[in-house]
Design a protein around this ligand. Structure first.
Ligand code: PMV
Length: 510
């Protein structure tokens, strides 16, 4: 079987394998980092691995991908910029899309990713996984996760793991056609686990993982020892997850990464991804450990590192690595269940967040307003949403907004999101609520929210916001904001005017 036969086989029952043009498909997939790596293929056409591997998905680090049938040529956008057909990125995407291309069809693909592209942070993993999920929605195939994982694998091996959140195992399988080679979600949950992305270089890597794998398998005299190493590491990693034994977990993950790089470095000629700065950072990690802070690293096919540590050591690790991009794999906000409500805010069920926004179903939400007093005037804190947000990107809005998880109180959820987005915690008080429905600009999503509005105070001079959520902030006097909303509505989110209105009427009583 070639790739196209695998696709045909999987789609044979899916909506009769039809490519019926829906209005557009839109999906999110997290990036993932392998704790026990996939290195080496037994079939390079189908991306079938020599060994199984185990990964953790990276919470809110990943890609949103939108796909539509459109025009007479394919058009690709990556993080807001057009990608020319001559680039490697476009060529790779086109080859993959050809597997899903009825005669005469062209695609418009819009990918927004918050992981550095091609720098060894598995941007292709979340890219291909979100593309497959988006195609599944566009064509209404309703495939199960196993089939989605197999399709994502055809784009990039590690993409098959990005179909899931949390800990994931890619079972290598032994079928020639790879129909038993897909990822499964492991049930371990470890909310205290932290991952720190340490960006050492965002340059495109010198050699792609595909070429480096091939070269290692074929020329490294150490490669025959790799499958045995992986088999042992998988057993120990699962034991560590079972017992939440962080030292064992970190040691096995770190040793597995070191072993992979040693096997590559023994290839002829050697494949070397580490830069001098990588080695310096590794030495720093080892020194911290010697001083009693349990922090470990893993390294993919690139110079960057991912640090592994627990919440209780977050402050110590961030002090030593202030530039670290922190990931909370079990607490981040993108793929979440949200609470569906009726017009009286009575719970009627739960739904996956994106699905609820696509269907425009009424759900529970909150908006946080942070105030301070300056020279006798009341000022409010605004955030500018990050450029990679899946909706309302770059727009200015109130201090933070979000959705409570099922079972979570409004105040707890709002205080949690304020910490996650703006980096500070204050106690919040609910001042009222309102319901609104609006089609979002630039995406096929509908906000339909029962919105609880909460107020808190802060005098912080600097707001330590999270760059994956927010790009800027400013304080503005409330009456000035009211005027701005009238003069420049296009700069603000659709829900900000009713939030400000409620603040003024019910709280400030102006
Ligand atoms: O899926 P690819 O071709 O990007 O290869 C991924 C290889 C590693 O990131 C080094 C290991 C892994 O298991 O993710």
């Amino acid at each position: 079987m070639g790739k196209i036969d695998v696709v045909k086989h999987i789609l044979r029952n899916a909506n009769h394998g039809q490519f019926v043009n829906g209005s557009g498909g839109f999906a999110w997939a997290p990036s993932n980092v392998a704790l026990c790596k996939y290195w080496g293929k037994r079939d390079s056409e189908l991306n079938l691995p020599v060994t199984s591997s185990l990964s953790i998905s990276l919470g809110n680090k990943g890609s949103f991908t939108k796909v539509k049938q459109e025009g007479d040529v394919d058009r690709y956008i990556l993080n807001g910029a057009i990608v020319g057909p001559e680039t490697n990125f476009a060529k790779r995407l086109k080859i993959f899309l050809d597997l899903f291309r009825p005669f005469g069809v062209h695609y418009f693909i819009d990918i927004n990713s918050n992981v550095p592209i091609a720098a060894g942070f598995a941007s292709s993993a979340c890219g291909f996984a979100s593309l497959v999920l988006a195609l599944n929605k566009l064509y209404d195939w309703n495939l199960d996760k196993k089939d989605l994982s197999i399709l994502a694998r055809l784009g990039s091996g590690s993409a098959c793991r990005s179909i899931f959140e949390g800990f994931v195992e890619w079972q290598c399988g032994d079928d020639f056609n790879g129909m038993d080679s897909y990822a499964v979600k492991l049930d371990y949950i470890w909310p205290e686990l932290r991952i720190g992305m340490l960006v050492i270089s965002t340059q495109e890597k010198s050699i792609s993982s595909r070429d480096a794998m091939w070269h290692t398998v074929n020329t490294s005299p150490l490669y025959p020892s790799w499958p045995k190493q992986v088999a042992e590491d998988l057993i120990h990693l699962k034991a560590a997850l079972e017992d939440k034994d962080f030292s064992l977990f970190g040691e096995v993950a770190e040793n597995n990464a070191i072993a992979m790089h040693i096997v590559m470095q023994a290839a002829q000629p050697a494949v070397v991804y580490s830069l001098p700065e990588t080695m310096e950072a590794i030495a720093k990690v080892q020194k911290m450990r010697a001083e009693g802070v349990p922090v470990f690293f893993t390294q993919d096919a690139g110079p960057n590192l991912q640090l592994l540590f627990l919440g209780q050591h977050e402050a110590a690790v961030l002090r030593s690595f202030p530039e670290l991009e922190l990931v909370l794999p079990f607490a981040d906000s993108k793929v979440k269940q949200i609470v569906l409500v009726d017009e009286n805010d009575v719970e009627i069920g739960v739904s996956e967040k994106l699905a609820a926004h696509i269907q425009g179903r009424l759900h529970r939400a909150f908006s946080v307003i942070i105030l301070r007093e300056r020279d006798g005037k009341v000022e409010t804190l605004l955030q500018q949403r990050s450029a990679i947000k899946y909706h309302s990107a770059n727009l200015w809005s109130n201090a933070c907004c979000g959705h409570p998880m099922p079972g979570e109180s409004i105040v707890t959820a709002a205080e949690r999101r304020l910490r996650e987005e703006m980096g500070f915690g204050v106690s919040l008080k609910e001042i009222g609520d309102f319901t609104y429905r609006a089609k979002l600009i630039n995406v096929d999503l509908i906000e339909n929210e029962f919105d609880h509005v909460l107020v808190g105070f802060s005098d912080l001079e600097e707001i330590p916001f999270s760059i994956s959520e927010v790009q800027d902030y400013r304080w503005i006097e409330v009456s000035e904001l009211q005027q701005e909303l009238k003069d420049y509505p296009e700069k603000y989110t659709v829900w900000l005017p009713p939030v400000v209105d409620l603040l003024v009427r019910k709280y400030l009583q102006l």
